[in-house]
Write a protein that binds this ligand. Structure first.
Ligand code: AMP
Ligand code: GLY
Length: 421
């Protein structure tokens, strides 16, 4: 069968690699893909939010199944659109995607179903902000309700900052929504738990820990993710049971009751405090760069698993994992997550000799006249699988040094919580 894969990041290159290995797949079309996917698939340049253009490509290239990587087309209803056109598509519908698309929706659902999460208030005016400030201690977390490309969350240590940030959101800084969600600050250790879900069942799809801050020792601005590893040792069997019973099952049941059962990958973002999981966020997709450390550990034919989700047949699917550990470090353009130069050539890629346990997933790259250029903030994901995180990280850093890309920077301390010096 022919697959259409939507997206252009490191997550999509990792998905593309797995789909490429599937025995069921004849051709892959990436919409729009990156320089990495162009070696495995046909890249087709298209605006993925222009659903009509996407559908045209699906018809022209005889695409049988569509896999959606990023959140925006999901939140905007691409699944509903394609279902109406009788196209097989993997991912949640527009209603279910509100778990990520609206923090207010997600928090209200948590409250209704007693799902452990930070205490919160959805605010539409200054009066409500002041009322929450009066009842809660600093720091307070201010969130834009709608999608904000990872820039919608600020942890505020003063009341003034809460008011300033909220004002910007009320004024429409993020076009997706003018509502503000205020939350109490939760301390603890963050971890991510993944599932693949169909109408009736769900299956475990790995754990990971991301590093969101741009600088070493978790300092500096938030980013999309500077590196990750899997599995996340903090998620013990005991904590996993709590995640399933207190968070996942009530959420999936709530969506079923609304006649919009969840389908697709589900990313459960957690804060673990004294052995108790609290829901920080849901993402309605795989994480990026978490996907890049989970998929290399997957033994199954990924298209078989995806088709079983589409056809509500997950019950009979057994998902098998390699025993090994996996880490990825993201090589970024200097300046990221603020402004950075684009269209900088990346030489020396041929110098990197990958073996069967190492992968180089592209993110913001483009192929032009046989050369590879950096066109994004997060550029390359160096990924290694092995049995010791310390050795894995050394091998990754070695690869990055061999590349020696002048416009790049990366965090050398990915995995600091689990690699003891
Ligand atoms: P979110 O987009 O909701 O995942 O928030 C982005 C990041 O902000 C999270 O990964 C956490 O590091 C942090 N964060 C969000 N909400 C809270 C909270 N209530 N308490 C502490 N940290 C938070
Ligand atoms: N790495 C965080 C995310 O994918 O949302």
């Amino acid at each position: 069968m022919n697959i259409g894969l939507i997206g252009s990041g490191g997550r999509e290159h990792a998905l593309c690699q797995k789909i490429y290995e599937s025995k069921l797949v004849k051709r892959i079309f990436c919409l729009p893909g990156n320089a990495g996917t162009s070696k495995l698939a046909t890249n087709l340049d298209v605006d993925i939010l222009n659903f009509k253009s996407v559908f045209k490509i699906i018809k022209n290239y005889k695409i049988d199944v569509v896999v959606i990587g990023p959140e925006e087309p999901l939140v905007k209803g691409l699944v509903n659109y394609l279902n109406k056109k009788k196209v097989k598509v993997f991912g949640p519908n527009k209603y279910a995607a509100k778990l990520e698309g609206s923090k207010a929706f997600m928090k209200k659902l948590c409250k209704e179903h007693k799902i452990p999460t930070a205490n919160f208030q959805v605010c539409i005016n200054k009066k409500q902000i002041l009322s929450f400030l009066n009842k809660n201690k600093l720091p307070i977390v201010v969130k834009a309700d709608g999608l904000a490309a990872g820039k919608g969350v600020t942890i505020c240590k003063s009341k003034k900052r809460v008011l300033d940030i909220s004002k910007e959101i009320f004024k429409g800084k993020f076009r997706s929504s003018r509502r503000v969600v205020l939350e109490e600050f939760l301390s603890g250790e963050e971890a991510s738990y993944f599932l693949i879900v169909d109408k009736y069942n769900f299956k475990f799809f790995g754990t990971a820990q991301d590093h969101k801050r741009v600088g070493e020792n978790d300092k500096g601005l938030n980013t999309g993710g500077m590196g990750a590893y899997s599995p996340a040792p903090i998620i013990s069997k005991k904590i996993e049971k709590k995640i399933i019973n207190k968070i996942v099952k009530p959420t999936l049941n709530a969506l079923k009751k609304k006649n919009n059962p969840y389908k697709g990958f589900l990313y459960v973002g957690l804060m673990i405090k004294n052995g108790e999981p609290f829901l920080i966020e849901y993402n309605v997709r795989m994480g990026d760069p978490e996907c890049q450390v989970i998929l290399p550990r997957l033994k199954n034919d990924i298209m078989k698993v995806i088709l079983n989700s589409i056809n509500d047949n997950l019950k009979r699917t057994k998902i098998n994992w390699k025993i090994g550990k996996c880490m990825t470090i993201v090589l970024c353009s200097k300046g990221y997550p603020k402004s950075y130069k684009k269209n900088i050539i990346i030489k020396n890629l041929k110098r990197i000799k990958l073996d069967k346990n190492s992968f180089l997933f592209h993110a913001g790259t483009r192929l032009k006249n046989q050369n590879i250029y950096a066109v994004g903030g997060r550029v390359l994901n160096f990924t290694v699988i092995g049995d010791n995180f310390h050795k894995i990280r050394k091998k990754i850093i070695y690869f990055i040094k061999v590349l020696n890309w002048g416009n790049g920077f990366f965090r050398k301390d990915i995995g600091w919580k689990i690699i003891k010096k």
